[in-house]
Design a protein around this ligand. Structure first.
Ligand SMILES: Cc1cc2nc3c(=O)[nH]c(=O)nc-3n(C[C@H](O)[C@H](O)[C@H](O)COP(=O)(O)OP(=O)(O)OC[C@H]3O[C@@H](n4cnc5c(N)ncnc54)[C@H](O)[C@@H]3O)c2cc1C
Length: 444
């Protein structure tokens, strides 16, 4: 495994294949290509954006650059890890989710030249654009944890819901667990879906109780954060839950090494000036890796000092290049990075990019809406929804801070349908309108 694990290792074969053959599904395969709109990244945000604009601009004017053979609905991986859904159910071929009329350049973007309005791909092809949307998601940096890449291959009790190649290991590891420490980690970097590291923990607790193994196991949440969740309302409820379920939470602990031969996990105490470490024995280890924006973006001139696409948090327009916009996890927008946030951003981006394309100015402003369905058991969920200020922005006129079965069904059964059939087709801009209606116009 390389020093920095790319977003999905599974894409590397596709990358090699595409660069080897110079393969692309786009319309002019040998000449220099140019598009009115080029979207880099065909994940949640990129696919939704391409759908909106392919409809508007017509065939051949929009292209998506993405090397991945498969498009995954990653929020389902929490349930895959708990044995409730399959990996297969969470993915569809990329070709089938990209909009008709949009060209798919099945390759990786390796560099950006915003002054010349070009993107260079892994095969060395330069693609020109009038407007660019960057939607590259996050890179998973598993290799930054010493011993972890090897641990994944030699120790079947080490798993991670964050990657298509490791998520299928989570449930078998839980089934094999008989006693000892089940440790769940949260890294010292921004991550996508900040609730996911603990959702799988509650599902594991549920499973272990049902299987009669909970009395022999200690569940431990070692988090780099100083709080259990960033929004006070939901954090208070989660603190009650960890207490009720006898889950030990250790704050400011960052995983730095895994020693599979001794079944040890080493954590740094982030509050210790001398970098004191603490070693835990594990019988089960669920790792949430450190993350960053993808390397080609980080190495470009388009990023802020933290390495994320430097956009206005309200308009999603690049601070320096007005013909560049961003959506989703790879941007500097200071909200919790989720597909729900990308959906809400897609409506703002559509209006603002359309305005700029027609020679006007951006007008719509994103409020930071994001959502995290905090699954707290096999039939329970707290649907956290909030804005930039961490203020709840709940869709339903009930207290969403409570664990509810209805919210669990929303997460398990309704959201995937909404994702595949509405969001990816460019018709879902988040629940703002529904929220206003349900609150009789009295909500933001
Ligand atoms: C375990 C887990 C649970 C989650 N739970 C939830 C949840 O309950 N609710 C929720 O709303 N969100 C959840 N999320 C987060 C959600 O999946 C992401 O926030 C969302 O997918 C972000 O969309 P995006 O378009 O920014 O990135 P992605 O959907 O990750 O897409 C990025 C795309 O960019 C492509 N790409 C990367 N590098 C390059 C390159 N160099 N060139 C070209 N293309 C490139 C990738 O192949 C990928 O297709 C969860 C995520 C995980 C992993």
């Amino acid at each position: 495994m390389s020093t920095v694990v790319p977003l999905t290792r599974l894409t590397s074969a596709a990358i090699r294949q595409s660069s080897g053959r110079g393969f692309s599904t786009s319309r002019t395969s040998h000449s220099k290509k140019h598009y009115q709109l080029l979207v880099v990244g065909g994940g949640s945000g990129g696919c939704a954006t391409a759908a909106k604009f392919a409809r508007k601009l017509g065939k051949g004017h929009v292209a998506v650059v993405d090397p991945s053979e498969m498009h995954y609905y990653q929020p389902m991986w929490t349930l895959v890890g708990a044995g409730i859904k399959t990996l297969q159910a969470s993915g569809r071929p990329m070709q089938s989710v990209l909009p008709r009329g949009c060209d798919w350049i099945k390759d990786r973007a390796v560099s950006f030249d915003p002054d010349r309005c070009t993107v260079t791909t892994g095969s060395g092809e330069q693609i020109g654009y009038d407007f660019l949307v960057v939607a590259m998601g996050m890179q998973l940096n598993y290799s930054q944890i010493k011993g972890l890449p090897e641990a994944f291959t030699v120790d079947r009790s080490v798993c991670s819901n964050y990657w298509s190649e490791t998520v299928t290991q989570t449930f078998p590891a839980l089934e094999a667990l008989q006693q000892g420490n089940a440790i769940f980690t949260f890294p010292n970097t921004p991550i996508k879906c900040a609730g996911a590291p603990q959702k799988i923990m509650y599902l594991a607790d549920h499973y272990l109780r049902k299987a009669g193994k909970r009395d022999n196991t200690n569940i431990i949440f070692n988090t780099s954060l100083g709080v259990i969740f960033g929004v006070k309302k939901y954090a208070e409820r989660l603190l009650d839950i960890v207490k009720d379920r006898n889950i030990q939470v250790n704050y400011r602990r960052n995983l730095v090494e895994v020693r599979p031969d001794k079944k040890e996990a080493v954590f740094v105490d982030l509050d210790s000036p001398e970098g004191k470490t603490e070693t835990f024995q594990y019988s089960f280890l669920h790792v949430t890796p450190p993350m960053s924006a993808p390397d080609p973006l980080r190495q470009s001139s388009l990023v802020n000092t933290d390495g994320y696409l430097d956009v206005s948090k309200e308009t999603l327009q690049h601070v320096q290049y007005p013909n560049i916009f961003g959506i989703g996890d790879c941007t500097s927008v200071p909200t919790s990075k989720t597909a729900a946030a990308a959906a809400a951003q897609s409506g703002i981006l559509q209006k603002n990019l359309q305005a700029v394309m027609s020679g006007g100015k951006t007008q719509s402003q994103y409020d930071g809406y994001t959502s995290c369905p905090l699954v707290t058991g096999n039939n329970k969920c707290i649907l956290a929804e909030f804005d930039f200020a961490g203020q709840p922005l709940e869709t339903f006129p009930i207290d969403q801070g409570k664990e509810r079965r209805t919210m669990y069904h929303l997460k398990r059964d309704v959201m995937p349908e909404l994702y595949w059939n509405v969001m990816l087709k460019g018709y879902w801009n988040g629940p703002a309108l529904t929220r206003k209606l349900l609150h009789l116009g009295m909500s933001k």
